[in-house]
Design a binder for this molecule. Structure first.
Ligand code: 6R9
Length: 663
């Protein structure tokens, strides 16, 4: 973070707006009155949202903030999170409703009803209890996107144990550091997983990770890849147990104990670009309240009518809040897909939307830009008329990608909701409300009813309309993190020290207001470049590049520059056909000059990239965030740093090679 004035040049000039149709607005879950209700009495507003859940014991007060920044919500209340997500719906007569249309990558499928899910979760809860897992114990889960992953999470919640889900593709070292930090007693994994049409081992990596891990007593192994794997699955007798041997034999009833509203629910480690990963801690009542509320109003979800699909992995917070807790608390019927979007073909997602009649689709900008790269003719081959709401999360969405999404996926009729939130916030914080908001491509717009956020300058003073600065959350919210596992000091330091005087939560994102007071997210504050004293966000230059017809995706970094402080270096992927220049080639000097001129025209000459590299892939984490830190290493001719959290670590080799030989 630089110490200079955070006033960002107001570079974007997006003026298109998309009001909701009367028909959508008439039936929408959200109404404009929600904002007024929440403003009139925030706590009463949140109490009303919490009342949609089943509480065994009612709370005595809504919020206790006396020990800030450690919040307590729905103080004294007791509930069981898994009961709320599963049993409740069965008891209310919806046992036969499909909870999950699961689609495996190789084409196998399973439909699981709420009654079946209850049986599975109860068996798994009994199984964990039989291994000696009880309330407050930690269970690490590293699984592919299979039903057992969701069942395992709910089984933990049911018995009051904390889950710590680790991405299926994370390295043994990453798994080990998370297991050690949380002192996990049990690890749940699978023999293997399907990835791009191939069965690849998983248990082998877990074995490597766990060598000498003292806290781990048992490893439970789901058989997923079976005979498709080459060779036997190594087994540690006494420690390892097959899921089917352990779980299938258990009774399918289990009495769910009610836990305190502040009982810990899970730990989720943020990818931690540097240093030790942070174990973000979430608790029960407030978290479930906000996950369910946001899922209902932001996606306009109607139980029994909609088919909902969030394409995230459960290893990411989006999978926790918008595959597991929010949708299940709201009795959703959802699609859960195991595989990659281009296996076996680039129309896989649209084929699934068509087959299951998906009506709500929630994904990340990186995937939308990938779809753009593949071309609009691919979704054009499928019937997407069932869709009615589209969501985006994870990064700022470029107006160009937003428009493409609305037009080619949403048929120009579906509202697009750009949802800003973080692992730490637990649930959506800033987003349009479909049926209410006049949407603007590229803007997350306003804090949700019940949520308060501001854009402030270095001193914590709110900036005026059209001003830029830092995004802060100035009031506690129900699903906020309750700390960093085992490190209260780091919690205070990281989030609460920057604006300690004002008591603001520092989100680490740059943002600005437009003339209407709507919020535009500009990426992490360390993604803000300083070129000759002008603060230019990487997002804005990326958006300008992506708005050029030849560019599918762009990543921009600031590289140290002797004259300008920082110089803008862009890495671009060209759209199908335009990419003929090939990996590392200049993609044609003329084409590059045209792109530089285009950025100058869109933003101003100051934003013209010093250098543009045409590449085939960009380095991304598994949640789809571009790791600009690595691109900065390349741009500054340094040894490329730690690549362990990349989805595909070979990408960096290709880019570095191209940089040396190319442009
Ligand atoms: C849910 C999730 C959090 C960071 C956050 C911000 C970026 C997420 C965004 C967005 C602009 C959006 N981010 N959603 N930026 N517009 N709609 O992504 O959690 O993995 O913890 O990342 O992601 O920079 O600070 P997490």
């Amino acid at each position: 973070m630089t110490e200079q004035s955070p006033a960002l040049d107001n570079l974007l000039t997006e003026s298109r707006t998309f009001p909701p149709s009367d028909e959508f607005a008439a039936k929408a879950n959200a109404t404009a009155e929600l904002y007024a209700d929440a403003d009139a009495d925030r706590e009463a507003f949140w109490a009303k949202q919490a009342e949609r859940l089943h509480w065994d014991t009612p709370w005595t007060s809504v919020l206790d903030w006396s020990d800030a920044p450690f919040a307590k919500w729905f103080v004294g209340g007791k509930l069981n999170v898994a009961y709320n997500c599963v049993d409740r719906h069965v008891e209310e007569g919806h046992g036969d409703q499909v909870a999950m249309h699961w689609v495996g990558e190789p084409g196998d499928t399973r439909d699981i009803t709420y009654a079946e899910l209850r049986g599975e979760v109860c068996r798994a809860a009994n199984a964990l209890a039989s291994l000696g897992v009880g309330a407050h114990d930690r269970v690490a889960i590293q699984l592919p996107m299979i039903p057992e992953a969701i069942v395992a999470m709910l089984a933990c919640a049911r018995i009051g144990a904390l889950h710590s889900v680790v991405f299926g593709g994370f390295s043994p070292a990453a798994l080990r550091s998370r297991v050690d930090d949380a002192e996990a007693k049990v690890v749940i994994t699978s023999d293997g997983q399907y990835r791009r049409g191939k069965a690849v081992p998983m248990k082998a990596g877990v074995d490597d990770a766990l060598a000498g891990a003292e806290s781990v007593e048992k490893v439970v192994v789901v058989r997923r890849a079976g005979d498709d794997l080459d060779g036997e699955v190594a087994w540690t007798d006494g420690r390892d147990v097959w899921w089917h041997d352990l779980v299938d034999a258990q009774p399918d009833d289990h009495t769910a104990e009610a836990f305190d509203s502040e009982h810990p629910l899970y730990i989720l480690y943020t990818s931690g670009t540097t240093g030790k990963p942070k174990g973000i801690l979430h608790t029960s009542g407030g978290y479930l309240t906000q996950a369910a509320y946001t899922h209902r109003v932001v996606f306009d979800h109607k139980p029994g009518e909609d088919v909902y699909w969030c394409t995230a992995d459960i290893g990411w917070v989006t999978g926790h809040s918008y595959i597991v807790y929010g949708p299940l608390a709201n009795r959703a019927t959802q699609v859960v897909y195991e595989g990659t979007p281009n296996t076996p073909h680039e129309g896989r997602h649209w084929e699934i939307v068509q087959n299951y009649g998906v009506s709500i689709y929630y994904t990340a900008p990186t995937l939308i830009r990938t779809f753009m790269k593949w071309g609009a003719d691919i979704p054009g081959k499928y019937d997407l008329s069932s869709l009615r709401v589209l969501g985006s999360v994870g990064e700022p969405i470029n107006p160009e990608a937003w428009m493409w999404y609305r037009e080619h996926i949403g048929g120009d009729r579906c509202p697009v909701v750009d949802t800003w939130w973080q692992t730490e916030t637990g649930a959506i914080m800033i987003s349009p409300l479909p049926g209410v908001t006049h949407a603007k491509p590229g803007s997350a717009q306003r804090p949700l009813p019940g949520i308060s956020a501001k854009v402030v300058d270095n001193d914590g003073t709110e900036v005026p309309a059209k001003g830029g600065g830092y995004l802060v959350l100035d009031k506690p919210w129900p699903s906020m993190l309750r700390g960093i596992w085992g490190d209260d000091e780091r919690y205070r330091d990281t989030y609460w020290s920057r604006f300690a005087e004002q008591g603001f939560y520092f989100a680490g994102d740059g943002a600005k207001y437009d003339a209407d007071g709507d919020i535009w997210l500009l990426g992490r504050v360390d993604d803000v470049m300083n070129v000759s004293g002008h603060r230019i966000s990487t997002t804005e230059v990326e958006s300008a590049l992506v708005s050029h017809p030849t560019v599918a995706e762009a990543a921009v970094v600031g590289a140290t520059d002797a004259t300008t402080g920082q110089g803008i270096v862009a890495f671009v992927i060209l759209r199908g056909g335009a990419a003929e220049g090939g990996e590392g080639s200049a993609g044609g000097e003329e084409a590059i000059q045209a792109l530089r001129a285009h950025v100058a025209k869109e933003i101003g000459p100051i934003a013209k990239p010093r250098q543009i590299m045409v590449v085939a892939e960009l380095p991304k984490t598994r949640s789809g965030k571009i790791m600009r830190r690595l691109l900065r290493d390349v741009a500054e001719n340094r040894e490329v740093g730690d690549v362990t959290t990349l989805a595909d670590s070979s990408v960096m080799d290709l880019i570095s090679k191209g940089m040396k030989s190319g442009s």
